[in-house]
Write a protein that binds this ligand. Structure first.
Ligand code: UFG
Length: 342
């Protein structure tokens, strides 16, 4: 049996594929390389010694996706990472975001049902909690969104909830990620954003390694210990490991469940700057600037349900995250190469 991993050449998908292969699970990766590169597949091979089966496919292409399922009757279930994910871009291109993220997921659900593989682990996000009334955030907190990207995650969560009502054979685990950072300890895989990074850690890594002059700190007048925004940063390999537990959980039961994946610790932007400097010995110059529209003061998880239900908790600390991010950035200053390597 195999697990279909959509978006398996992306940042979280590729790290999850490695953990799954190393645990002896057969994976079938599907990606359209809209935000990733074929070289990731070579890196997975270099780390695991296994070249994962891969199909180039856009999940919005209904006919092409049917062929994937028809050719792979051993698909048992799916981890669905694929999706557009840039908050700012989603505000500019709402139709593209809704169309891509919703059509792909609807197609996928139709074929998972048709081919008798009704087990799904879905990549959701802490963004579905909107501006939380308090922290730490529990799974039963009210849901709301502030941008089209977040709305697509929320609408998909509702779609999956309704799917389970209509057909109780489904087993769905919705994982709500906090802020994944870090990289594989080998330095062979990491986050490879296109152009200027939107997210904090890739930006910090580029500043520390001389690719960008300084970090723009978006606001220092938040209600936090030093005024800068607080988030729950989680090592991508810890996050990846949780997917193995989520697949096991999906095999054991039916219905739908929602699980936060975070460490439960909140760190500010300046905490990150200092941790990065301490972990790497490199300087991260910064300037305080205006707030970024839509940002919130604090966002960190209550991760106790993940421990209770999945038996999972994060093991890597902030120093590990900064060191591994920096190792990846220093070995791959321009990200993955355009062409396959092996
Ligand atoms: N920040 C800066 N400078 C930068 C980038 C970010 O100061 O150059 C600050 C932000 O203002 C925020 C913190 O760093 O306080 C983290 O920002 P990120 O952009 O790294 O992450 P967000 O928490 O804003 O968003 C991330 C993902 C979303 C996801 C959300 C879930 O990008 O997709 O976490 O909580 F929805």
């Amino acid at each position: 049996m195999s697990i279909l991993v959509t978006g398996g050449t992306g940042f979280i998908g590729s790290h999850t594929a490695v953990e799954m292969i190393e645990a002896g699970t057969k994976v079938l990766i599907v990606d359209n390389f809209s935000n990733s590169k074929p070289a990731v597949l070579d890196r997975i091979f270099r780390i695991t010694g296994v070249k994962p089966e891969f199909v180039l496919c856009d999940l919005c292409d209904y006919d092409a996706l049917e062929i994937v399922f028809a050719n792979h009757p051993d698909i048992e279930g799916c981890i669905h990472f694929a999706g557009l994910k840039a908050v700012g871009e989603s505000v500019q291109k709402p139709v593209e975001y809704y169309r891509n993220n919703l059509v792909s997921t609807m197609n996928l659900c139709q074929f998972l049902a048709k081919y008798g593989a009704k087990k799904l682990v879905f990549s959701s996000s802490a963004t579905v909690y909107g501006k939380p009334a308090s922290v730490p955030i529990r799974e039963d907190f009210p849901l709301s969104c502030t941008n089209p990207y977040g709305e697509t995650k929320l609408v998909i969560e509702y779609l999956l909830r309704d799917l389970v009502v209509a057909d109780p054979e489904w087993s769905i685990v919705v994982l709500r990620y906090f802020n994944p950072i870090g990289a594989h300890k080998s330095g062979l895989m990491g986050e490879d954003p296109k152009g200027i990074p939107n997210n904090l850690l890739p930006y910090v890594s580029k500043v520390a390694n001389g690719k960008l002059p300084y970090l723009h700190v978006f606001g220092n007048d938040y209600h936090t210990h030093d005024g800068t925004g607080v988030r729950d940063y989680i090592h991508v390999v810890d996050l990846a490991r949780a997917h193995l537990d989520a697949i096991r959980y999906a095999r054991e039961r039916s219905g739908i469940d929602y699980i936060n994946l975070g460490t439960g610790c909140g760190y500010s932007v300046l905490d990150i700057v200092h941790a990065y400097e301490n972990a790497t010995g490199k300087k991260v110059p910064y300037r305080i600037e205006a707030r970024r529209p839509g940002d919130i003061d604090e966002c960190y998880a209550d991760p106790s349900k993940a421990l209770r239900v999945l038996g999972w908790k994060a093991e890597r600390n902030l120093e590990d995250m900064c060191r591994d991010s920096d190792h990846w950035q220093s070995l791959n200053p321009d990200g993955y190469p355009e062409k396959e390597e092996a």
